[in-house]
Design a protein around this ligand. Structure first.
Ligand code: BGC
Length: 329
């Protein structure tokens, strides 16, 4: 009896020791990992980049440029965006980033008083805010990095002026009606062609910054206005969508197509002569430069608030001669 008890006690003692050792070991490991992840990371700053739409190729290029500058300067960059372009969601993200007390926010400018109020709130709390790609000058944003969108719109008009002849009836496909940069581009285009009576803008349709949206917009433009002889797109996927839409509604019609941006598919269509011209923007440069501006803003207020990146007309001949990516960059 006594013997059985001793065995039972010994087994229990051994089990207890094993369990205790296991607890120490795994407990330590758990603690160790946790302490590693919760420990303040060794970053100089934590910035947020708020894009118009998360998986949009154009915004991914902005992110790429910004990430490059961030990693060169030991900065933690958080990329956030609505899944599909949506002003209310973007404004919510801006509010959230202000509450998270990041060291700085780079965001697309959003039209309206809500954005102006949020920027005010952020600035009051000492968080510098810079607009990228689209500016809202009425806000207290510290700086803007991106294209001069009105000027870029004029360049789109100039492409039609310079490279077409005779009467032209222009249909505009624009990204979004409530995006300031799109409005500025449309205004710039209209101002440029205003002095040319042979060129008339007949109608505008919205693409919602998607390829299928641009194809649908093109379809209805040409259905309702069969006199259209030229199309102008003001956001990055409009050109590709316009070509698709044309294939459906007017496959044999010779329509002059002027697009925006130099995403690979657009350049491909320029080579195939399906897009006649496009306005190049430099989103990687915008992202890269915006980080530099945010870093400067940590030390002092900006003296020069607008940092315009280049825009230019690109046509097939610009791609033909040499390695195209080098030429247009
Ligand atoms: C514009 C961006 C927009 C993108 C959509 C670009 O041309 O600058 O504001 O989000 O097109 O694809």
């Amino acid at each position: 009896m006594m013997h059985a008890k001793t065995i039972l006690y010994s087994v229990s003692a051994i089990l207890f020791c094993l369990l205790a050792m296991g607890m120490f070991y795994y407990g330590y490991k758990t603690f160790y990992i946790e302490s590693e992840t919760t420990e303040a990371p060794d970053y100089v700053y934590h910035f947020a980049l708020i894009a118009e739409e998360s998986d949009n190729d154009y915004w991914r290029l902005i992110e790429e440029g910004a990430k490059k500058a961030a990693s060169e300067n030991n900065i933690y960059l958080e990329y956030v965006a609505p899944q599909k372009a949506d002003n209310d969601q973007a404004l919510m993200l801006l509010d959230r980033m202000i509450s998270a007390k990041v060291d700085g926010i780079i965001t697309q400018g959003i039209e309206g008083p809500h954005f102006v109020d949020l920027v005010h709130k952020g600035i009051e709390r000492g968080i510098p805010i810079t607009t990228i790609d689209t500016d809202v000058t009425s806000s207290e944003r510290k700086a803007y990095v991106g294209s001069d969108n009105f000027h870029a719109g004029k360049q789109l008009g100039e492409a039609i002026i310079k490279y077409t002849t005779d009467e032209q009836y222009v249909g505009i496909v624009t990204g979004r009606q409530d995006a300031v940069n799109q409005q500025e581009r449309v205004d710039g285009l209209k101002e440029a062609v205003a002095d040319y009576p042979r060129i008339k803008v007949v109608a505008t349709e919205v693409s919602n910054i998607t390829k299928t949206g641009a194809a649908k917009a093109t379809y209805s433009l040409l259905k309702e206005h069969p006199e259209i002889t030229a199309l102008a797109g003001t956001s990055a996927l409009d050109g590709v969508g316009m070509v698709e839409g044309l294939k459906d509604i007017a496959p044999n019609k010779d329509v002059y197509v002027a697009a925006f941006d130099i995403l690979p598919e657009t350049l491909e269509l320029i080579k195939e002569n399906k897009i006649n011209a496009t306005i190049a923007q430099y989103p990687e440069e915008m992202g890269y430069d915006a980080i530099g501006v945010m870093m400067d803003l940590q030390a002092k207020d900006m003296l020069e608030n607008e940092k315009y990146t280049k825009t230019r007309i690109i046509r097939q001949e610009d791609l033909r001669n040499e390695s195209e990516t080098d030429t247009i960059k």
